[in-house]
Ligand binder design. Structure first.
Ligand code: AMP
Length: 288
């Protein structure tokens, strides 16, 4: 397993592999890896001859005042976790944005951004209006640098997966997009690099998100189709546990538009704050 930091070297490696007929998979991450990330690597391994994992905390997707500076990082431990998994390259660039000079603001030297105009708007787009612009832009940079045949994302970040799949389709990137199932801790909490920033009490209380999604699944199984009933029980349960709900929405799986009744494949997506940590979770719902 090699660690590559320069984008020129990364592209050169990929091109030489492809010339030899090797199929390349890319798993983009921001590091501080957990089993959720590693499940994507396992899927990538099945779908390609060579696997590249990128580790890059993308400044372009954090607004001023968000948790860029305290985002958890542990590169050495990430390397150890990836070693047994048959990863060929860890792509860990220093900085993917051109900066004209350190004194200038962080966008100087870079002025091209990708917008996925409708899918970026609901859900996380409400409270983080520039988030998907940053994600779509950095992923398109990674696709241009690594030139993979397949790219693997997690459905933990459901909207992100849909936004990026649409970007790939609309802009004719020659890459297959895979969405992998959300991986949970043993007690049900959705795995996230940010979980480490929860206090023990917040960690316990945050389970209310998972429990309310499970309850919604049960209600749908027993015949409930009214989104507002499902949303209300979730918001109440999370608020009672001390969480601050950013959004709790039931949306169409493809368009991400709100649905009042669960009559087609939908996803119940919740984002809530516990302490200073913003947590995302979701379940796919279908009434058949
Ligand atoms: P991140 O490092 O948080 O940017 O995530 C990198 C990739 O891992 C994204 O495609 C995420 O959706 C995916 N991912 C993160 N957490 C999980 C999880 N618990 N289950 C499945 N995929 C995940």
């Amino acid at each position: 397993m090699a660690i590559v930091r320069e984008k020129g070297a990364m592209r050169q490696w990929s091109r030489s592999q492809r010339q030899c007929g090797q199929r390349i998979a890319l798993v983009p991450t921001m590091g501080f890896l957990h089993q959720g990330h590693l499940s994507l690597v396992a899927e990538a391994r099945l779908r390609a001859d060579k696997v590249v994992v990128s580790i890059y905390v993308n400044p372009g997707q954090f607004a001023p005042g968000e948790d860029l500076d305290v985002y958890p990082r542990d590169f050495d431990s990430d390397v150890e976790k990836l070693k047994p998994l048959g990863v060929d390259i860890i792509f860990n660039p220093h900085d993917l944005y051109v900066r004209e000079s350190p004194e200038k603001n962080r966008e100087s030297g870079h002025e091209t951004w990708i917008r996925v105009e409708n899918l970026e708007r609901p859900l996380c787009g409400g409270s983080r209006p520039l988030f998907f612009r940053g994600v779509a832009t950095v992923v398109s940079k990674l696709l241009n640098i690594v030139e993979p045949d397949v790219v693997v994302f997690g459905k933990k970040d459901y909207q992100q997966w849909r936004v990026l799949a649409r970007m790939v389709r609309d802009l004719d990137f020659g890459v297959e997009v895979i969405g992998c199932p959300l991986v949970r801790e043993a007690d049900g909490l959705a795995m996230s690099s940010r979980n480490v920033r929860l206090t023990a009490t917040e960690r316990k209380n945050a389970l209310a998100i998972f429990h309310s999604l499970k309850r919604a699944e049960e209600l749908v199984r027993s015949g409930e189709t009214d989104s507002s009933v499902l949303i209300e029980q979730a918001v109440t349960a999370i608020s009672n546990a001390g969480g601050k709900v950013d959004y709790a929405s039931i949306v169409d799986q493809e368009t991400l538009k709100s649905v009042d009744k669960i009559t087609k494949p939908s996803v119940f997506a919740i984002t809530a704050w516990f302490g200073s940590v913003r947590l995302l979770d979701n379940v796919e719902l279908s009434n058949n």
